[in-house]
Write a protein that binds this ligand. Structure first.
Ligand code: SF4
Ligand code: SF4
Length: 345
C-alpha cells in the first residue's frame, strides 16, 4: 500500500494551524485547533473528523503542503467515520467500478480527457477543439471523488490502473506524452494527489485553462467580447491546484468578461453543495447555496461561470432562476467565438 506524504512533526510544531483556523465550516480558536489537530495525529476521535464537509480547502490552507485533508480522510476511514451514509457509499463505489472496456485506440491530434462525463462529448466541437480527440469513461475516471466518502483505499486501488490505462492505451499508443484534463479533478489528481499518495504519473497533464488560452490566442481575430459581468464558481478540486486560479482571469480578459468582486471567491469560495446533498446535510446545503447565490447576485453578475460539470449540474438551475446565465468555462469561450453553446445557453 502506498503511504501518504505527511509529516506529523510539521503539525506538532506548527504555530498557526491554518488548516483548521481557516476552515469555513468548523469554528475553532487556536488552542482548540491545536488540540483537534493533535487528536487526529494521534489517531483519536476528533470533532473535525465528524464535522468536516469534505470541501478540500485545508489542502490549500496549509502553508507547508502537508496534506491535512488527506490525513483527515485517512483517519475517517481507519476509524469508520463515514461522511456519506454507508449504503450510499457502497452503492456509489459499485456503480463507479471500472468496466474494463478500454482498449488501445488510434487517436489523431491532442487528447482531451473528459473523465466520467460522457455528456460533455457533444460540447467538444467547433474551432475551439479542432483536431482534438476525446477519451471518456469509467476506466479513466480519476477516482478522486472518494475523498468525499472517506475511501482513500478505493483511490489507492483504482488510480494506478486508471493511470496505466490512460498511458498505455491512449497516450503511448499515439506517441503522446501529454493529456489535456477537462476537469479540475483530473488535473488535481495527476499533479497533486498522486504524488501525495506516492503514485507515479508518467505523462504530463495539461489543465483545460492552458489549452483554452492557447486556442483563444490562435483564434483571437474571431473573438467577439461578451461584455458581461460574471461570478466564478470555484470547484472543490481547484483547492489542490490554486496556481491555476489566475488563468480564470486571463480567460475572462480574453473573452471580454469582468470577474465580479465578491465575498465567496478565491480562498473563501463556497462548495456548490452537491456532495453535501449526498451527505444528507440538508440544512447546510440550503445555507451554503443561499449565501453563495445571494453573494453572486449582489455582485451584479449576469453570468455564473463553472468549470466543474458537477457544480454546473448542482447549482446551474438555481443561478438561472436568479437571472444569472449558467455556463461552463469551455462554452464561454465557444460563445465568445460565435459558436453554438450546447449546455449553458
Ligand atoms: S497541516 Fe499544515 S497548517 Fe495544519 S497543523 Fe499541519 S503544518 Fe500546520
Ligand atoms: S476539508 Fe474543508 S470542512 Fe474539512 S476540515 Fe478541511 S477545510 Fe474544514
Amino acid at each position: 500500500m502506498t503511504s501518504l506524504q505527511f509529516q506529523p512533526e510539521l503539525c506538532r510544531q506548527c504555530p498557526t494551524v491554518d488548516c483548521l483556523m481557516k476552515c469555513q465550516h468548523i469554528r475553532l480558536d487556536l488552542e482548540a485547533a491545536r488540540e483537534e489537530r493533535l487528536k487526529i495525529l494521534e489517531g483519536r476521535d476528533s470533532r473535525v473528523l465528524r464535522d468536516c464537509l469534505t470541501c478540500y480547502a485545508c489542502e490549500e490552507y496549509c502553508p507547508y503542503g502537508n496534506h491535512p485533508y488527506y490525513q483527515i480522510v485517512e483517519e475517517q476511514e481507519r476509524q469508520g467515520i463515514w461522511p456519506v451514509p454507508i449504503p450510499l457509499t457502497k452503492q456509489q463505489v459499485a456503480m463507479m467500478t471500472p468496466k474494463g472496456r478500454a482498449a488501445p485506440e488510434k487517436l489523431p491530434g491532442p487528447i482531451l480527457d473528459l473523465c466520467y462525463f460522457p455528456m460533455l462529448a457533444k460540447t467538444i466541437r467547433g474551432k475551439l477543439y479542432e483536431g482534438v480527440s476525446t477519451v471518456v469513461g469509467s476506466d479513466i475516471f480519476c477516482n478522486i471523488m472518494w475523498l468525499h466518502f472517506a475511501k482513500n483505499s478505493v483511490i489507492r486501488e483504482r488510480l494506478p490502473k486508471v493511470i496505466d490505462t490512460l498511458w498505455n492505451f491512449y497516450l503511448k499508443e499515439n506517441d503522446r506524452e501529454e493529456v489535456i484534463c477537462y476537469h479540475d479533478e483530473c488535473y488535481g489528481t495527476y499533479t497533486q494527489l498522486a504524488p501525495a499518495f506516492g503514485i507515479t504519473v508518467p505523462f504530463r497533464p495539461i489543465h483545460l485553462f492552458e489549452y483554452l488560452i492557447q486556442r483563444l490566442e490562435a483564434l483571437k481575430d474571431r473573438i467577439r467580447p461578451i461584455g458581461l459581468k460574471a461570478a466564478y464558481q470555484r470547484p472543490c478540486s481547484n483547492r489542490l491546484i490554486p496556481e491555476t486560479q489566475p488563468l480564470v482571469d486571463e480567460i475572462f480578459r480574453r473573452v471580454g468578461v469582468e470577474r465580479v468582486q465578491r465575498e465567496y471567491d478565491g480562498e473563501n469560495a463556497l462548495c456548490c453543495g452537491g456532495v453535501l446533498q449526498a451527505m444528507q446535510r440538508d440544512d447546510q446545503v440550503e445555507d451554503i447555496q443561499k449565501r453563495n447565490l445571494d453573494d453572486m447576485q449582489a455582485s451584479g453578475a449576469g453570468l455564473c461561470v463553472f468549470n466543474c460539470p458537477f457544480c454546473f449540474f448542482t447549482l446551474g438551475e438555481a443561478a438561472a432562476n436568479r437571472g444569472m446565465m449558467p455556463i461552463l468555462m469551455s462554452e464561454l469561450c465557444q460563445y465568445a467565438l460565435g459558436e453554438k453553446v450546447m449546455l449553458g445557453g
